[in-house]
Design a protein around this ligand. Structure first.
Ligand code: APR
Length: 169
C-alpha cells in the first residue's frame, strides 16, 4: 500500500491541510453530518455565498471553494451517491467522487488533502464497500499523481478507522 495514505480519527474541520473534502449535496446547500460541521467551522454565511455562486454539483463531480475560517486553504465539495441497493451506478459514482476530488486538488497544486467517508452517513452506503472503493481509487490516483505528499482518510470514529486500517495494513 502507498504510505502516503493515512488514517486519522477526529473532526476533519480541524485539519491544517491544503484542502478538506466535503460530502455535500447536489444543491451545495449545507446540511448535517460532515457538511454541517464544515459549513459551521468555515463560516456559514461566507461559505454559503460561495456555494450559491457555483450553483450546484452533480453526483460524482467536485467543485472548490476557499476554506474561509478553516485551517485548510480550500474545500473540495463532492456529492456522493445515495445508496439505493447497489444497482444504480453507486460504485462508479462513489469512485468518481474520489478521482474528481484528487484531480481538482492536482489542478490547484495541492499536496495534502483529507477525505471524510463520503456517502457513509446519511446517504447510507455500506461502509466496508465504500471504504474499499475509497482506498482503491485514491491509490490508483496516487500512482499517477506523484506530487501528492499525503491523503488523509479522516474518520469520525474508531470503528470507521478500523475499516480503513484493515485495508491499508
Ligand atoms: N469529521 C469527519 N467525519 C465526519 C464528521 C466530521 N466533523 N462529521 C461526520 N463525519 C462522518 C460520518 O460519521 C460519516 O462516516 O462523515 C461520514 C459521512 O457522513 P455524512 O456527513 O452523513 O455524509 P453522506 O453520507 O455523504 O451524506 C451527505 O448529508 O449532511 C448531508 O448535506 C449533506 O445531503 C448531504 C448528505
Amino acid at each position: 500500500m502507498d504510505d502516503r495514505m493515512q488514517v486519522w480519527v477526529g473532526d476533519i474541520t480541524t485539519l491544517k491541510v491544503d484542502a478538506i473534502v466535503n460530502a455535500a449535496n447536489s444543491q451545495l446547500a449545507g446540511g448535517g453530518g460532515v457538511d454541517g460541521a464544515i459549513h459551521r467551522a468555515a463560516g456559514a454565511e461566507q461559505l454559503q455565498a460561495a456555494c450559491r455562486m457555483i450553483g450546484g454539483c452533480a453526483t460524482g463531480q467536485a467543485v472548490i471553494t476557499p476554506g474561509f475560517d478553516l485551517p485548510a486553504k480550500a474545500i473540495i465539495h463532492t456529492v456522493g451517491p445515495v445508496w439505493s441497493g447497489g444497482q444504480n451506478n453507486e460504485a462508479t459514482l462513489l469512485r468518481s467522487c474520489y478521482s474528481e476530488s484528487m484531480t481538482m486538488a492536482v489542478r490547484e497544486g495541492f499536496r495534502c488533502i483529507a477525505f471524510p467517508a463520503i456517502s457513509c452517513g446519511v446517504y447510507g452506503y455500506p461502509k466496508e464497500q465504500a471504504v474499499a472503493i475509497a482506498v482503491d481509487e485514491v491509490e490508483r490516483c496516487l500512482e499517477t499523481y506523484l506530487m501528492f505528499k499525503r491523503v488523509i482518510f479522516a474518520c469520525f470514529d474508531q470503528s470507521m478507522a478500523d475499516l480503513y486500517n484493515r485495508l491499508l495494513a
